[in-house]
Design a protein around this ligand. Structure first.
Ligand SMILES: Cc1cc2nc3c(=O)[nH]c(=O)nc-3n(C[C@H](O)[C@H](O)[C@H](O)COP(=O)(O)O)c2cc1C
Length: 399
């Protein structure tokens, strides 16, 4: 049976373990470029033993960013900076993944610590947002949205393909489409945001057309060995929104268009979610396992799996990849730490020799190396629908 530290192969790529550094927007780019911060950020986690590493949602067009400080790969000049990050990750034994995204009606915003709200199109750091329909997200994202024409949708797909070509040149070995968290892909899938009456709206098949066309566009320009995966806002957690039944059907359709793995997350298509599983380790895990059973493809999931015993249990229940967001920020060496906690025979072999030799051979007071103690494992209910938890405040972690 696979465990957290078993290698995982998808298409022509083998990961050294099942632990993924989840995409996290860092608001550290200038004009979409990567810099020393990103080399440090990704290099440290690769040296810490993560198997697959994402930087953040990488914009396919300038208006596909959340803020002007977000990463992009919409111009050839941006390739060299991101290549520095894939080089360091590779040299530390990790695999670099990229999450291609367009923020749609949730763009033109400021960073979370500046309030996270949207700014108007005429603000020096703002722009007019685009979406499936002229429906603003609402709450602190109130500004008008331009409804994409069919010709403009084709341009977006072209931008996906051109960015994918740049991504391969920048050394990425794994491509994920961001169809979650209220951004453009998520909003085409959701009836809350997509009110079109043409071939991109209405029926499930129409609401997934944007996604299958984008998958086709990307798959046609990348080498066969590169996995093409997706993070889907599978459940809007709202009575009028997208449901898990629809997500399973949509993923089955996308599988026919080259999708190799699905990472299951929330829609975040409305500020009025009526209850969220964001606070429990089993919330999206149960949904991901359902997708694996019913759509028949490998799955990943994030949300609250940072306690090693929970992550291990999720893999033993059938989860293929464990995505870690905040735990990767808190502890760049999470995989090594987890390996020790889980009784792995040689946890320090997960880090480069420059570190591991000393950690294994230096004769000193062992506890003084300073590993943190783990939190107690929470009970995770693998059959949980994940929707029955008490209402929680809307998370700001919806990038
Ligand atoms: C600072 C920060 C930025 C994030 N940015 C993104 C992003 O760019 N793309 C994305 O799909 N999810 C993003 N997320 C969500 C994480 O990838 C992850 O799904 C979420 O934090 C739940 O996992 P966790 O409980 O391990 O933190 C972000 C989360 C954080 C904390």
């Amino acid at each position: 049976m696979a465990d957290l530290f078993s290698p995982f192969t998808l298409k022509g790529v083998t990961l050294r373990n099942r632990i993924v550094m989840s995409p996290m927007t860092m608001y550290r780019s200038v004009d979409g470029h990567a810099n020393d911060f990103h080399v440090m950020h990704l290099g440290a986690r690769a040296a810490g033993g993560f198997g697959l590493l994402f930087p953040e949602q990488i914009a396919i067009t300038p208006d596909g960013r959340t803020t002007v400080h977000c990463g992009g790969l919409y111009d050839d000049s941006q390739i060299a900076g991101w290549k520095r990050t894939t080089d360091i990750v590779k040299s530390m034994g990790g695999v670099s993944a990229i999450q291609l995204g367009h923020t749609g009606r949730k763009g033109s915003a400021v960073a979370p610590w500046e309030g996270g709200h949207q700014i108007a199109a005429d603000h020096p750091e703002g722009w007019e947002c685009r979406g499936p329909s002229a429906v603003p997200y609402g709450a602190d994202h109130p500004h008008p949205v331009h409804e994409l024409t069919v010709a403009e949708i084709a341009e977006v797909h072209q931008a996906y393909a051109e960015t994918a070509v740049r991504a391969v040149e920048a050394g990425y070995e794994w491509i994920e489409m961001h169809y979650a968290h209220g951004y453009l892909g998520a909003s085409f899938f959701s009836p809350l945001a997509n009110q079109r009456t043409d071939q991109y709206g209405g029926s499930l098949e129409n609401r997934v057309r944007f996604h299958t066309e984008a998958l086709d566009a990307v798959r046609s320009v990348i080498p066969e060995r590169i996995p093409l995966t997706m993070r889907l806002g599978a459940d809007d957690l709202h009575p009028a929104g997208a449901t898990m039944d629809e997500a399973v059907a949509a993923i089955s359709l996308m599988k026919e268009h080259g999708l190799d793995l699905a990472d299951i997350s929330a829609g975040f298509n409305t500020p009025d979610m009526d209850g969220t599983p964001l606070g429990e380790p089993s919330g999206f895990l149960a949904r991901a396992l359902r997708v694996k059973r019913e759509a028949g493809l490998p799955v990943g999931v994030s949300w609250n799996l940072g306690v090693p015993a929970n992550a291990e249990r999720a893999v033993q229940a059938g989860l293929d990849l464990v995505f870690l967001g905040r735990p990767a920020l808190a502890n760049p060496h999470w995989p090594v730490w987890a390996a020790r906690e889980l009784g792995h025979p040689s946890p320090f072999d997960l880090v480069p020799e420059d570190y591991s030799w000393w950690l294994k051979n230096f004769r000193g007071h062992a506890p003084s190396i300073g590993w943190p103690e783990p939190a107690p494992a929470a009970e995770i209910d693998l059959d949980a629908a994940g929707t029955g938890v008490p209402h929680q405040q809307r998370s700001r972690v919806d990038a």
